[in-house]
Design a protein around this ligand. Structure first.
Ligand SMILES: Cc1ncc(C[n+]2csc(CCOP(=O)(O)OP(=O)(O)O)c2C)c(N)n1
Length: 327
């Protein structure tokens, strides 16, 4: 079942919001006011949006270093995200974490961390707690989602967590954003030629793959996976193929460095998740140029206001330095 017309428009809007917000971050980065490293998800928006469309506020999301899209799609607060990038106390992590340490408990976005694989066992721990609550509380059926990349799948903790998740039948969704690169090293230089999802399946869970640049496809795969996890069928794994457009870390493009094959990025740009959805909306007459232009205006205003708010932030005080530390 593909998304209903209203849903497809909403999915497009959510992807466009992430795209325009990240483009604005990239533009403002050159002003040297944001001093934290940023990993943009431009080109990969369909995955965050298509999966989060099935989550409630009570469901929890864990993310990685490339987390802006996951955070916004889950309902995280844009002004507080931007304040975090500027290192202000009003940021979603109190200005202590920057781009790679996002949190918004009100939205059910628990944490992102820069350590590749760092949040994977944390998500399993949270899902275990949810499983225990499911047994104790009638009707409690929250799920937990962990977003990670193909590079993360190479970490030992990934496989320890998959094993544990299957053993305990956790309500946990593993979402692998396979963009084929770990920094500048292609998948083909790191792993034998084979898919990732059958390796996950070998741990004994349902694992499928799909086109991560088609939001309708992501939406449908995630719909089934979320329902399965919610209904007690245990952990689920999606490998979604996509591509990151900007450099691994930072606001620029880096195609001149030559680590991607010639024409590869250009080819992926033709498969842009927004472009494809826009074409679908127009072809099915679910929207029109006027409405799509209105979306752009509305988002431009929202993003501008979010930056204005964020830039009025204040620095965390020295006497707050010892707060929220665990040792
Ligand atoms: C444990 C660990 N090893 C290495 C790094 C350096 N590092 C940061 S991001 C990254 C690439 C991760 O690739 P992937 O998981 O596919 O995510 P992507 O950046 O492609 O979204 C690496 C190796 C790190 N942060 N943590």
């Amino acid at each position: 079942m593909s998304p209903a017309s209203a849903d497809l428009k909403h999915l497009y809007y959510q992807m466009l919001r992430i795209r325009r917000a990240e483009e604005a971050i990239a533009r403002r980065y050159a002003e040297q006011q944001m001093r934290c490293p940023t990993h943009l998800c431009i080109g990969e928006e369909a995955i965050a949006v298509g999966v989060s469309a099935h989550l409630t506020v009570q469901d929890k999301v864990f993310s990685n270093h490339r987390g802006h899209g996951h955070y916004l799609a889950k309902g995280g607060d844009l002004p507080r995200l931007l304040a975090e990038l500027y290192g202000f106390a009003e940021g979603c992590c109190g200005g202590r974490g920057g781009s790679m340490h996002l949190t918004d408990l009100e939205a059910g976005f628990v944490a992102s961390t820069p350590i590749v694989g760092g949040t994977v066992p944390l998500a399993a721990g949270y899902a275990w707690a949810e499983k225990i609550k499911q047994k104790a509380v009638e009707g409690h059926r929250n799920v937990v989602v962990i977003f990670f990349g193909d590079g993360c799948f190479e970490e030992g903790v990934m496989h320890e967590t998959l094993n544990f998740a299957v053993l305990k039948q956790l309500p946990l969704l593993f979402i692998c954003e396979n963009n084929q690169y770990s920094v500048m090293t292609a998948l083909a230089e790191r792993q034998p030629k084979r898919d990732i999802y059958p390796i996950a399946a070998a741990h004994g869970l349902t694992a499928v793959n799909g086109d991560g640049n088609r939001v309708d496809e992501v939406y449908e795969l995630a719909r089934v996976a979320v329902a399965n996890a919610r209904n007690g069928l245990g952990p689920q794994f999606l490998e979604l193929h996509t591509h990151r457009w900007p450099e691994h870390c930072g606001p620029n493009e880096d195609d001149d460095l030559g680590y991607r094959s010639p024409g590869e990025l250009a080819e992926w740009k033709l498969r842009c998740p927004l472009l494809q959805t826009r074409q679908m909306l127009l072809a099915k007459q679910l929207s029109n140029d006027t409405e799509l232009a209105q979306m752009e205006t509305q988002l431009a205003e929202e993003i501008e206001q979010a930056f204005e708010w964020a830039l009025q932030g204040t620095r965390p005080t020295i006497d707050s330095m010892g707060q929220h530390l665990y040792a």
